[in-house]
Design a protein around this ligand. Structure first.
Ligand code: CUA
Length: 366
């Protein structure tokens, strides 16, 4: 009898918990209310089945509990009962599956008039591209990726010249307009996910995946990576800022095109500055592990380390001068600072890029 009471308390408690839980969906900010409804229908169907099956089990435990003089009856076939169970189960499964198929149908049908945006994922940051005035993305190739060409754009493709490049983890979107995202990964499997929009899809290296949504509320929404992609996965975050259409257009008009970036690079004097280093640190994803404000992270913060005495794992110490900082980027696991694990992948950057990053680290204070 104790078992029946405890089990009944667990069943009732489970139902109550689901009815009053504070851990519910974040407020919806897109057109995908149908996905929420699908989940809620599934919860009700499985919840009802859970209560009925549990109640039946507890009933049987009480009704058929052991008694010495009772004999079991043998009834191998009961066609009526089998038919009833088959019909009920079939109806339940149809109600579970059908709403999902309806929602999925509109989820994979991209609107033709949608705003085209590309999201690029890499360990452990995001960047974005708009196709520009011609409305067509320029060709890209994995072999063209470099720290000057972080999108791998083909410089000889005329369609790419007007592509607008957002070399940042923040992107703006217009409210009440469908946005069609095409998604690429530079390295490993990631997953593009904005919880308040409900929209979510994997980013597969070597492939382009697509999804769409229509933001319905202005505001800032976190873009998260929803696929474990290495040590700083938890910190692979971006921001989608939903603006009114004029505000969005104002922002977009201020962004630079691939053509403008190329001109700038060609006319620059060749010297590097801390600003170049900051851009490299952002586009390479360094700041997912190394904070620039002294906050602890997976790796040491860059703030104030330039010129410092660093105690190493295994004894000894080293002055964090320019040479040491460069060695720590190209051969990060040779001289690891005490308190950190040897887990950073080597970054084979050019001498010019190394100069720029060191310049940036130095600018963060000694
Ligand atoms: Cu990218 Cu997890």
């Amino acid at each position: 009898m104790a078992f029946v009471i405890i089990a009944a308390v667990i069943v009732v408690g489970t139902v109550l918990f689901n009815l009053v839980t504070p851990w519910w969906f974040t407020p919806l900010a897109s057109n995908w209310g149908s996905l929420d409804q699908t989940i809620i229908i599934s919860l009700w169907i499985t919840g009802i089945a859970f209560v009925l099956v549990s109640a039946f089990i507890l009933y049987c435990v009480v009704k058929f509990r052991y008694s010495e003089d009772r004999r079991s009856s043998y009834e191998p076939e009961n066609q009526k009962l089998e038919l009833q169970l088959t019909v009920i189960t079939t109806i339940g499964v149809i109600i579970l599956l059908a709403p999902g198929l309806v929602a999925w149908q509109s989820y994979i049908n991209l609107p033709e008039n949608g705003l085209q945006v590309e999201g690029v994922g890499q360990q452990w940051t995001w960047s974005f591209r708009f196709p520009g005035e011609d409305g067509v993305y320029g060709n890209t190739s994995g072999s063209l990726f470099s720290s000057k060409n972080t999108f791998g754009l083909d410089p000889n493709d005329p369609k790419g010249q007007d592509d607008i490049l957002i070399r940042d983890r923040q992107v703006h979107l217009p409210v009440n307009q469908p946005a069609v995202f095409q998604l690429r990964s530079k390295d490993v499997l990631h997953d593009f996910y904005i919880p308040q929009f409900r929209a979510k899809i994997d980013m597969v290296p070597g492939q382009v995946t697509k999804l769409w949504f229509e933001p319905t509320l202005e505001g800032e929404y976190e873009i998260v990576c929803a696929e474990y992609c290495g040590i700083a996965h938890y910190n692979m975050r971006g921001v989608a800022i939903v603006n009114s259409v004029p505000d969005f257009q104002f922002w977009l008009d201020q962004q630079q095109t691939f053509g403008e970036f190329q001109q700038q690079a060609a006319s620059s004097s060749g010297g590097v500055t801390d600003k170049d280093g900051e851009l490299i640190a952002r586009t390479k994803g360094c700041i997912a592990c190394h904070s620039i404000d002294g906050k602890p992270g997976i790796g040491p913060s860059w703030k104030g380390i330039a010129g410092e005495d660093r105690v190493l794992v295994g004894g000894g110490s080293v002055i964090a001068n320019d040479l040491y900082l460069k060695r720590s980027i190209t051969n990060p696991n040779d001289e690891v600072v005490l308190g950190y694990a040897p887990m950073m992948p080597p970054y084979p950057l050019s001498e010019e890029e190394l100069d720029a990053i060191v310049e940036y680290i130095n600018s963060l204070g000694e």
